[in-house]
Design a protein around this ligand. Sequence first.
Ligand code: FAD
Length: 288
Amino acid sequence: MTAALYLARFHLKVRLFDSGDARIDWIPRTNNVAGYADGIAGRELRQRMRDHATRYGVQVEDAEVTSLSVGDEGFSAGVAGMTVAARAVLLATGVVNHQPDVADGRHDEALARHLLRYCPVCDGFEVTDKRVGVFGTGERGVKEAMFLRGFTADLTLLPPADGHRLSDNERAALAAAGIAVADGRGAPLVIDGDRIVAPTGDMSLAFDSIYPALGSTIRSTLAIAAGAVASEDGCMEVSDHQETSVPNLFAAGDVVYGLDQIASAMGQAAVAATTIRNRLSEERPLRR
Ligand SMILES: Cc1cc2nc3c(=O)[nH]c(=O)nc-3n(C[C@H](O)[C@H](O)[C@H](O)COP(=O)(O)OP(=O)(O)OC[C@H]3O[C@@H](n4cnc5c(N)ncnc54)[C@H](O)[C@@H]3O)c2cc1C
């Protein structure tokens, strides 16, 4: 939305395709976007950005791009049975977090009630001194728990379904930081009143919030299909102007390796859009 807004205000013709499945919609209320001191729901922020872009003539089309290729004449994208041509493309396709099982299909309720949280950078502040679990293991689980230690001393690393994979060094580091480790095998989480319960082996532990640390799927298949280089886990590798290894193919937001935050997605989008404008102008001067 940010890139489309910039491009439209540069008097370029923009088409924005959105399959309508955004991580920003998962945010019950964000409190770290500057300018919204009382917080704002992710959905509302997205709608405001969409309205803003639309005001400057962006066509937002609710459709999924299913293919992307590059040839001598530029890019061809497959959308709803049509082929759309473009001189430059920006992908801001995001990631999808892997979710833990929550009994009775109550994942979304747990998320809405802050019993599940996915982003310590975003909302660690809100769990200050609360009782918190981290559902995960290995390097990812340890890193998440260590990060959260800056907010609360009441922290437990909870095992996934197949149990912990922790080295002696990792266990020692957790112990030194005062982070408890629950062993056994994880089972579906359970909402119990205003707490969320993690059954592990023969114990059940109740928390104010649990952070799943189960990784995510990076939505970079279109960029990779077009020949762009991605990291081993699928994050797009970009230049400091957000350009992928394919000329005129740009990427911004969570799909790019880096800090997965709204502020950084917007900043990357602004850089990418301005670079696209300048690049197109070099190829063919932009004049009114
Ligand atoms: C629970 C939770 C809380 C969070 N809280 C905060 C917070 O407080 N502050 C903060 O800064 N960040 C927060 N985040 C992170 C934030 O949501 C992301 O960093 C941000 O949404 C990234 O924006 P994005 O545009 O890269 O991806 P997304 O918001 O995921 O948007 C990607 C868009 O691309 C579309 N798309 C994907 N593939 C296609 C395709 N093939 N064709 C067409 N459209 C496609 C999707 O439909 C979607 O609309 C939170 C995340 C979660 C899960």
